[in-house]
Unconditional design. Structure first.
Length: 482
């Protein structure tokens, strides 16, 4: 920086450590608030190139959605186009081109962050950051050069890493995590997936649609145990119909690479079972990542599960040190981290900032998509609160039928006493887009009557929410009121 002493160049109002979807929005909002900001990020892609964007942009949300889109298009040529009267004699899969498209999207998005930083005036620093006492940050560039930085406020946004199983340790290219499964250069003939969670279902779907035989081993006896069980049952039915072989109550005891194959041993509660696959993906959750982040004198505490301890406003145990995103409690979702980043940056600037943790949407990008917000029917029942339920099947939606995607339903749960919407659960076409209306409604504490009286364009998928709201009071027009 011209005309500035080195000491000044190394002093910031805010230093953000981690440039994923939690950290980079925190840095941009802090700069928008007129503060002098640096964002440190150490991510390197497989080719050694550094990139902002963290897991989400480089190895998570964006590359997975790119492959989900490509594989879905291929699947539809095989299973849906004929119904539209479109005959394709020989659609073939070019995995190299799919991967190239995915990488181009990722590169564009991650380079976009540098452009956003430039526009907002954030100083990007690529390398490792470590927090010491007194809000001093040791920065080590990728070239090994070290700088001692100081800040008024430090925001920790170091993210998460995949959990490794002792019984199925990663051994690329045969036993891989989600990043490995996003980078397969060819469609495996037989793919095993441990964990029927969000990653297992999304990546299992990608490779199944492209022709792999996919077996998903899930330890729990219930499918999507954390979701509304009516929703989960409907989703399971559709995913099984697509050929995903989902085995519940399956506890893996060993996975061994033998030549080009992986032998998996698991118990299904009755007997020991064996499965041989060509590739095995382990997707059993993620853990907070804080390696070499905190020096002994940082004053920042971790909880018993390794998350950075924070209060409801993301303050850590050290004054003026904050933590956001996957490295703190709450769902590991990009949009949750982003809102925490914005809240913290606004609070640092003395502005208002709050998060409504009750109204965070979840989306699983399978086909049909699965999305929800608020409480499940099981949670409401357990709370003892009296409730009403409205449901609308996409089979009765003209738009869904026209799209040849009339599967699933929208379901609204509302309180019996004051009609407030308590939860919305959708399995169906573009459920991830439709849920936004429910999120907004719940953010404003809407009643089902509010949705009933809101005009929805016809014919749209969103009408399913309108009709589900009407069905809460058994006044739906386009479905039988049961
Ligand atoms: P991260 O994205 O992990 O970013 C943390 C960054 O900090 C990284 O770049 C890391 O290198 C850097 N870092 C860590 N320590 C240091 C240090 N000491 N110094 C410098 N830099 C450091 N979520 C969704 O909401 N929607 C989705 O569709 C979705 N799909 C996903 C698909 C997959 C396959 C995976 C794996 C995850 C997906 N997620 C999705 C989850 C989402 O990616 C995470 O919730 C999100 O990335 C968390 O953001 P974060 O900024 O907290 O952490
Ligand atoms: P997850 O928590 O969603 O699912 C893990 C699954 O593995 C669970 O069903 C669990 O019961 C099962 N499991 C755990 N141990 C097992 C074992 N030993 N054997 C068999 N099954 C076992 O975790 P994930 O799918 O790895 O995803 C990690 C995180 O990334 C999640 O928190 C998720 O929110 C996030 N993510 C989000 C999206 C999205 O929003 N669309 C997509 C991908 C990932």
């Amino acid at each position: 920086m011209p005309n500035e002493s080195p000491a000044n160049a190394d002093r910031f109002d805010v230093i953000v450590i981690g440039g994923g979807p939690a950290g980079y929005p925190a840095a941009i909002r802090a700069a928008q608030n007129g503060l002098r900001v640096a964002c440190i990020d150490e991510w390197k892609n497989r080719d050694g190139s550094p990139a902002f964007g963290g897991t989400c942009l480089n190895a998570g949300c964006i590359p997975s959605k790119a492959l989900l889109e490509s594989s879905e298009l291929y699947y539809r040529t095989q299973h849906e186009f004929a119904a539209h009267g479109i005959r394709i004699s020989a659609a073939t899969v070019d995995v190299a081109q799919m991967q190239k498209r995915k990488s181009t999207i990722v590169r564009g998005m991650t380079q976009g962050i540098l452009a956003l930083f430039k526009g907002a005036g954030v100083t990007p620093l690529q390398g490792h950051g470590q927090l010491h006492g007194g809000k001093r940050v040791e920065f080590t560039g990728h070239d090994g050069a070290r700088r001692s930085l100081a800040a008024q406020h430090v925001v920790l946004a170091s993210g998460s890493a995949p959990i490794e199983l002792r019984t199925a340790a990663f051994r690329a290219p045969h036993i891989v995590d989600s990043w490995g499964a996003l980078d397969f250069p060819a469609v495996p003939r037989r793919l095993g997936v441990i964990g029927a969670g969000v990653i297992g279902l999304e990546l299992g779907s990608v490779w199944r649609r492209l022709g792999a035989e996919v077996v998903v081993l899930e330890a729990l006896p219930d499918f999507l145990a954390f979701a509304d069980q009516q929703l989960a049952k409907e989703a399971l039915r559709h995913l099984k119909k697509q050929g995903l072989d989902i085995r519940l109550g399956a506890k893996v005891s060993a996975a061994t690479v033998r030549g080009e194959e992986v032998d998996v041993t698991y118990s299904d509660g009755r007997a020991e079972q064996r499965l041989t696959v060509d590739r095995l993906v382990v997707a059993v959750g993620r853990r907070p990542y804080t390696q070499d982040l905190l020096a002994g004198d940082s004053g920042v505490d971790l909880d018993e599960r390794g998350f950075i301890s924070v209060d409801e406003h993301c303050r850590t145990t050290a004054a003026e040190v904050w933590a956001i995103g996957d490295c703190v409690r709450g769902p590991m979702l990009a949009h949750k981290g982003k809102e925490e980043g914005v809240m913290v940056a606004d609070r640092i600037a003395g502005r208002f900032g709050e998060i409504n943790y009750q109204v965070i949407p979840s989306v699983i990008y399978t086909a049909p998509e699965i999305a929800w917000v608020g409480l499940t029917e099981e949670q409401i029942k357990a709370s003892g609160r009296a409730y009403k339920s409205g449901i609308f099947p996409f089979a009765a939606s003209g738009r869904a039928r026209a799209m040849e995607q009339a599967q699933g339903f929208a379901k609204i749960l509302a309180a019996k006493d004051d009609d407030q919407i308590l939860g919305v659960h959708i399995v169906g076409p573009l459920a991830g887009e439709l849920i936004a209306e429910a999120v907004l409604a719940m953010e404003y504490s809407a009643s089902s009557e509010d949705l009933q009286r809101t005009i929805h364009a016809h014919p749209t998928l969103a009408e399913a929410l309108h009709e589900a709201a009407l069905n809460v009071d058994k006044r739906a027009i386009d479905t039988l009121n049961r």
